[in-house]
Write a protein that binds this ligand. Structure first.
Ligand code: COD
Length: 309
């Protein structure tokens, strides 16, 4: 378990083996700056797939030594995404990162039936948030991929987030299924799904985690709030993972944490054969580096355990 993002970065830096990162449409300055940091820190070796001329030009400007990377020239971003993903599915790279290509285009490459990274499981987005005043990284899912998941998809979203948290040494993550209130209200489907997910965990249908809900955000992360409301729960106040009902809720939590609380955020698409570094164009260089570090740790853990994320 990491108390903050710097600790996570240090762990990635200390990995015994560098992970091979394929960057899709790498002609993106922010992405290349993060890749430069990750290469210099010894976290990854980079394969830059994209517009070779522009990659070389940006690399020159930012001081990235392309002699230490592999550059594959492909000017079409959609094709570059497909090639970068194919490098991973063919075992030539360990993780893939979105560069200057649309989110839907890289996700479609990842979902491609022949050359993609499907495992038969649902793919979902997980963000690790380092928030000042919270004593550890907290994970939040899914604020970027699955729009309005049903109960069965929510179960898989939890399982993916649990695998990510476990890759970061949270042995039995405490999952709060978030609603607007902490009581089951048949008029609020997020609360009924939350109660069902908690029961599914009680019955062993969700493993390696403690799931409880519904919990409102305050009583998921504040023991004081949980106490005032009289909630007796192993998760209330100490959640490791927040599972939100839909993409809007997740996206607002993520952006609220970053923009209002100056949180550091690292994101991954989990559930595929390999972790996918999926950051948004407006994310900072730091967020991109943090995301590479998160995904490198997951990739390493997957290899150690023979598992997937
Ligand atoms: N996990 C596994 N398989 C999936 C998933 C998933 N999450 N989503 C789709 N698939 C499979 C489907 O079963 C199908 O076989 C194939 O992929 C295509 O599915 P469609 O028709 O739903 O695919 P698309 O291309 O219309 O959409 C897939 C996206 C991932 C692009 C879509 O879910 C999406 O746009 N999500 C939101 C992305 C976004 O805008 N995020 C905001 C970022 S801040």
């Amino acid at each position: 378990m990491f108390s903050n993002m710097d600790q996570m970065l240090e762990a990635a830096k200390a990995l015994p083996v560098k992970q091979r990162l394929a960057v899709a449409a790498a002609q993106d300055q922010d992405a290349l700056e993060a890749v430069k940091d990750a290469v210099e820190w010894g976290i990854v070796d980079a394969i830059l797939v994209g517009d070779g001329k522009t990659i070389e030009q940006i690399a020159g400007e930012i001081g990235l030594d392309t002699g230490k990377c592999q550059v594959i020239d492909e000017t079409d971003p959609v094709q570059a995404a497909r090639q970068a993903v194919a490098l991973v599915s063919s075992g030539k790279a360990d993780l893939v990162m979105k560069g200057k290509v649309g989110t839907a285009d890289i996700l479609r490459a990842v979902l491609d039936k022949e050359q993609g990274l499907r495992t038969g499981k649902l793919l979902s987005h997980v963000t690790a948030l380092g928030i000042e005043g919270y004593d550890r990284l907290i994970f939040m899912t899914d604020g970027a991929m699955n729009v309005a998941p049903d109960l069965s998809e929510k179960k898989q979203i939890i399982e993916n987030a649990v695998a990510v948290a476990r890759a970061l040494s949270v042995e039995k993550p405490k999952v709060a299924v978030i609603g607007a209130v902490e009581l089951v209200n048949p008029g609020m489907p997020a609360t009924t799904d939350a109660a069902l997910l908690a029961k599914m965990c009680d019955r062993g249908q969700i493993k390696d985690a403690v799931v409880d809900g519904p919990l409102a955000l305050d009583n998921a992360v504040s023991s004081h709030s949980a106490e005032i409301k009289g909630i007796v729960s192993p998760v209330a106040g100490v959640a490791d993972i927040l599972m939100v009902p839909d993409i809007e809720a997740g996206n607002v939590i993520y952006k609220g944490a970053v923009y209002f609380a100056k949180a550091r955020a690292a994101s991954v698409i989990a559930g595929a054969k390999a972790p996918v570094v999926l950051t948004s164009r407006s994310d900072s260089r730091q967020a991109k580096l943090d995301s590479i570090a998160l995904c490198a740790l997951i990739a390493r853990q997957n290899k150690n355990s023979g598992g997937k994320s």
